[in-house]
Design a protein around this ligand. Structure first.
Ligand code: GLY
Length: 578
């Protein structure tokens, strides 16, 4: 009997007492337009006060939420360079108030055309340490600048130049280096030191700037001015493109001018589904987030989570996460290059099958669910959420991947390149302990987009519209899940952002909990069910969330106060509204 077959029989026995519950049909109670009061004021939550202010300035200048998004994106790339920037990529989930049109603008990086499946392996087929993380081969072709141009051309109201102006002026005038900037640079100093451009920008005098140091970046201002003047061509052709290709190739990279000129954003249909009377609108592949979120919430649909004791509730949450994360690792990748069974994975009937395998009394060991490991991913990346006074929505998560991306600034450009190539599976096709070959869906290939966990999301409930998201690598999905549940439990935006977090991602087979997330008796009850609990290990995430109450137009913002302790001199909390 094959090993897999034996595993199947073990599973069948383990699930003999499985729970099978009907999935209730959920009707959306969307209020009539006449019952909806427009937002009393625009609201923006971002990871940096200066970025939020840039967004408000553009709104005050006559822009809409999509123009404001351009301002926030470009400013975050300047003042929070460890997390995102125009050398990276992002996802823009948008909803237009006038007609309810929702769209997912995929501005994800893509692999250069000379990329190969084994480019990060040595002659023995082993991953070469750091090659997909630091230096020229780690960088995918940036998508964020094309995303900003696309927003301005398709959805904004202002010329791109006006929306980019706050970031341009800030780069010229200068801004104070913050505590979070400094905390992050500590992790990446060695890599930044190795690159002339990064050294000049981030290690003046050979060391990280002191908190409060006035930083200027005229090269970034000039790069943005070219983008503002010439649109797509202002980045992907001409002076910026030539500098980038020369610099990357001189350092040993494989970018070409054609890679840049051939980049295109893609408009995709968001993942949409119903849960507890709300419509959830979220990220489709090449993000894994929306598929996993839909799968988890469909598994959870019949459970009255708010009526359950904490240990029982945590148990079913973890079992749902375990199953969805397993599927994420096996099936998901770039939908333009691999066949992904999205319709199946987000089908409530499929989720019912997964739910049937949950034993309410016992944890299912992940090794009994044959699959492959999902790698943890980094805590960097950034998210912001916008609702404007007309009710337009923007939920945007953008990234350079690990802190300070690949650590390279091509001289004269003023921005870091990403290391998004590390979001590919660098060593696919190697059989796991159960003989399964996995991660092919996310293998490196020319022109391919690496799988992401970024999950910008809308929760459209009958009484309230919420825009949310967070950085946090593979933990993004579980954070957004907990955020959605808290919103539908009626919690305010700040309470949602504050709520302690738990996470399980199939492998490693460990339930992680932030300090204070689980009471000692709950931990004991979970251990008794067979869970391995890593309790109070650390905090994670940087959630930015805004809500609009439809009955009276009230708006509110919640920001992640986990970074509050790092914001003594220069607040990183950007959640303000006027
Ligand atoms: N680089 C983080 C993500 O895309 O999930």
């Amino acid at each position: 009997m094959s090993r897999l077959r034996r595993v199947g029989m073990v599973l069948a026995r383990a699930f003999a007492a499985a729970l099978v519950l009907p999935v209730p049909s959920i009707a959306a109670e969307v209020p009539a337009a006449s019952a909806v009061v427009k937002p009393a004021q625009p609201v923006i939550a971002s990871a940096h006060r200066l970025a939020t202010e840039a967004g408000h300035r553009v709104l005050a200048d006559g822009g809409n939420a999509f123009d404001a998004a351009i301002a926030v994106s470009a400013t975050l790339g300047l003042v929070e360079p460890e997390s995102s920037g125009i050398g990276g990529g992002g996802f823009f989930l948008l909803r237009r108030a006038s007609d309810g049109h929702v769209v997912f603008v995929d501005a994800r990086e893509r692999a250069p055309m000379a990329a190969t499946r084994d480019m990060f392996l040595d002659a023995n087929g082993q991953p070469i340490p750091e090659r997909s993380i630091n230096g020229p081969l780690a960088a995918g072709i940036p998508g964020l600048p094309a995303g900003l141009v696309h927003l301005a051309e398709r959805y904004g109201r202002l010329p791109l130049e006006r929306s980019l102006m706050p970031a341009i002026e800030l780069a010229e005038r200068g801004w104070p280096w913050g505590v979070k900037n400094q905390a992050m640079i500590g992790w990446r100093q060695r890599v930044l030191e190795a690159d002339r451009g990064a050294r000049a920008l981030f290690l003046p005098g050979g060391k990280p700037p002191a908190v409060g140091t006035r930083m200027r970046n005229p090269d970034y201002a000039r790069t943005l001015r070219r983008l503002a003047r010439d649109g797509f061509d202002g980045f992907y052709r001409g002076d910026t493109a030539r500098r980038l290709v020369d610099g990357v190739r001189r350092a040993g990279g494989i970018w070409t001018l054609e890679d840049l000129a051939g980049y295109a954003v893609i408009e995709r249909e968001p993942i949409r589904f119903r849960y507890r009377g709300a419509e959830i609108v979220t990220a489709p592949p090449p993000s894994s987030g929306g598929v996993a979120l839909a799968s988890i919430l469909h598994i959870l649909a019949p459970f009255e989570l708010d009526q359950m004791a904490p240990a029982a509730r945590t148990h079913v949450l973890v079992e749902a996460m375990r199953r969805a994360y397993r599927d994420r690792a096996i099936y998901l990748g770039d939908p333009d290059q691999v066949r992904i069974p999205v319709d199946l994975l987000v089908d409530p009937a499929y989720a019912a099958g997964l739910r049937a395998g949950i034993n309410l009394e016992r944890a299912t060991p992940s090794e009994l669910l044959p699959g492959i490991s999902a790698r943890p991913g980094s805590d960097q990346t950034t998210h912001y959420s916008i609702i404007d006074a007309e009710g337009n929505l923007a939920s945007v998560t953008q990234t350079v991947n690990l802190p300070f991306g690949n650590g390279m600034v091509i001289p004269g450009t003023g921005f870091l390149l990403n290391n998004e190539m590390d979001d590919f599976s660098v060593k696919p096709g190697v059989p796991n302990a159960f003989g399964l070959v996995g991660e092919d869906a996310n293998a490196v290939a020319p022109g391919k987009r690496p799988l992401s966990s970024m999950t910008p999301t809308f929760v459209l409930a009958p009484d309230r519209v919420t825009v949310l998201g967070t950085p946090g690598g593979s933990r993004i999905i579980s954070m957004v899940l907990l955020g959605v549940l808290a919103v539908l439990d009626g919690q305010g935006a700040q309470a949602v952002a504050d709520a302690p977090r738990i996470h399980h991602q199939y492998l490693p087979d460990t339930l992680s909990a932030e300090p204070g997330a689980l009471a000692p008796d709950v931990v004991e009850a979970l251990k008794a069910k067979g869970h391995t609990v890593s309790q109070g290990e650390r905090n994670w995430g940087n959630m930015q969330i805004v809500s609009w109450w439809l009955s009276d137009g009230r708006v509110e913002a919640g920001f992640d106060r986990r970074w509050k302790s790092a914001s003594v001199d220069e607040p990183t909390d950007g959640a303000i509204f006027r």
